[in-house]
Write a protein that binds this ligand. Structure first.
Ligand SMILES: *Cc1c(COP(=O)(O)O)cnc(C)c1O
Length: 384
C-alpha cells in the first residue's frame, strides 16, 4: 500500500484481516509452535520466538507506517533499544542526545559499558557540536526529537547527513511523535525505535517496543539478534497494539489540539515560571520541528515560580494522574527528576536542565477545559 495516505494505512496497513476466514482483524495466534508437514517442510512458521503471525502483522504494519522495509516487535521499548544496541561491539562508541530517555542512558551506562561499548553525550540541537563529537570510534548516534523531558528539537535530516558522511548509524527514538507526525527514515535516519507502550498502544494497557529499518543488511542483522536474544512481543500484546494503532490518527490530532489549548492557558496562569512546548512559535527549534513533524505533539513541561511547591501540585491534581509513562488516553503528570530521569546522575541532570521543580505533562483526550481547570486549581493550591 505504498501510495496510500497515513489514515488508511493505520487501518489497512501490514496484514489486513485474515484471508482464510474473512475476519476483519488479524487473529491472535496464541501458539508457541507449528505442525510441520514433513522433515524440513513447514508452512513458513516454526517457533514463535522466531516468528508468529500476529506479531508479524504488527511488524509489517509498523514498517509500512514508518516507510521502512522491516519491522521488529519486542516485549518493551527497552528490549527494542537493547536489540539495536546489540548491533555494536566492544570498542564502539555511541553518541546520544542530551535529554535522552533515562532508560536508554542507563542501559548504555550500566549494561553495555560492561561489554566495552562506551558512550558520550552531545547537544544534538547544535550540528557543529555533533560534527565535533563524531570521533573515530563513534559508530552510532541515538537521538530523540523532541527529547524527553525538555522537548528539545534536533534537526533529524541534518544530523543524519553528518552521520552518514562518517559511516555512522543514526538511530531515532520516535516515541514522542509516532509515524503519524514524524517519519525519521524519510529524513535520512537508519533505524527508528519506539516505546509502543506510549502513543502507539495509546491506552496504557501494554508494554511493547518496535524497531524499523529500510536497509537489507541491517534488517538481516536485527532479525538475527531478535531471534537470538529473544525479547519478543507476545501474540496478545501484538493484537492489542495493532488495535491501538488503528485510532492513532484521531488520537494524535485530539492530543495535539488539547495540548495547544493547555500550553496557551498555562502561559497566562499565575505561578507558572516557564513552559516547554515545541508548538510555541518562540520555542527552541520550533521551525525545525514544524518542518520535520506534523504538530507540536502532546507533551508539555513546566516549572512553577519559586514560592510554589511541586509536592503539593502532585497531590492536588484530580483529573491528571501522578504516574510514569505518557501517550495514553488519560492525562498524566510526572516529576522527571525522581521518576523517568532518576537513573541519570544528578550532575548531568542539573546540566541539561532536569531540575527538581520540573513537571512533565502527558496531555490525554479528556475535555480541554476540564484539564485546564484541574491544572489551574492545583497550581493555585501549590502556593506556599
Ligand atoms: C518509555 C520510553 C522508552 C522505554 O520504553 P518501555 O516501553 O518503557 O521499555 C524509551 N524511549 C522513550 C522516549 C520513552 O518514552
Amino acid at each position: 500500500m505504498a501510495q496510500t495516505h497515513m489514515e488508511t494505512l493505520l487501518i489497512h496497513g501490514g496484514v489486513d484481516g485474515d484471508a482464510t476466514t474473512g475476519s476483519v482483524n488479524v487473529p491472535i495466534y496464541q501458539t508457541s509452535t507449528y505442525a510441520q508437514d514433513a522433515l524440513g517442510q513447514h508452512r513458513g512458521w516454526e517457533y514463535s520466538r522466531t516468528g508468529n503471525p500476529t506479531r508479524f502483522a504488527l511488524e509489517k504494519l509498523i514498517a509500512d507506517l514508518e516507510g521502512g522495509t522491516h519491522g521488529y516487535a519486542f516485549g518493551s521499548g527497552m528490549a527494542a533499544i537493547t536489540a539495536v544496541l546489540s548491533l555494536f561491539r566492544s570498542g564502539d562508541r555511541i553518541l546520544m542526545s542530551e535529554n535522552v530517555y533515562g532508560g536508554s542512558f542507563r542501559v548504555l551506562d550500566k549494561v553495555f559499558r560492561n561489554f566495552g561499548i562506551t558512550w558520550s553525550i552531545v547537544d544534538t540541537t547544535d550540528t557543529e557540536k555533533v560534527k565535533a563529537a563524531l570521533k573515530e570510534d563513534v559508530r552510532a548516534i541515538l537521538i530523540e526529537s523532541p527529547a524527553n523531558p525538555l522537548l528539545t528539537v534536533t534537526d533529524i535530516a541534518a544530523v543524519s547527513d553528518i552521520a552518514r558522511e562518517k559511516g555512522v548509524i543514526t538511530i531515532v527514538d520516535n516515541t514522542f511523535m509516532t509515524p503519524y507526525l514524524q517519519r525519521p527514515l524519510a529524513l535520512g535516519a537508519d533505524i527508528v525505535v519506539h516505546s509502543a507502550t506510549k502513543y502507539l498502544g495509546g491506552h496504557s494497557d501494554l508494554v511493547a517496543g518496535l524497531v524499523v529499518v529500510k536497509d537489507e543488511a541491517l534488517a538481516e542483522r536485527l532479525a538475527f539478534i531478535q531471534n537470538a536474544t529473544g525479547g519478543v512481543l507476545g501474540p496478545f500484546d501484538s493484537f492489542l497494539l495493532i488495535r491501538g494503532i488503528k485510532t492513532l490518527g484521531v488520537r494524535m490530532d485530539r492530543h495535539a489540539e488539547n495540548t495547544q489549548k493547555i500550553a496557551h492557558a498555562l502561559r497566562e496562569t499565575e505561578g507558572v515560571k516557564q513552559i516547554w512546548y515545541p508548538g510555541f512559535a518562540d520555542a527552541q527549534g520550533h521551525e525545525v520541528h514544524m518542518r520535520q513533524a506534523g504538530s507540536g505533539g502532546a507533551m508539555i513541561s513546566l516549572e512553577l515560580e519559586d514560592d510554589y511547591d511541586v509536592r503539593t501540585f502532585f497531590t492536588a491534581i484530580r483529573v491528571f494522574t501522578l504516574a510514569e509513562s505518557l501517550g495514553g488516553v488519560e492525562s498524566l503528570a510526572c516529576h522527571p527528576a525522581t521518576m523517568t530521569h532518576a537513573s541519570i546522575p544528578e550532575d548531568i541532570r542539573q546540566r541539561v536542565g532536569i531540575t527538581d521543580g520540573l513537571i512533565r505533562l502527558s496531555v490525554g483526550l479528556e475535555n480541554a477545559e476540564d484539564l485546564i481547570a484541574d491544572l489551574k486549581q492545583a497550581i493555585a493550591k501549590s502556593r506556599r
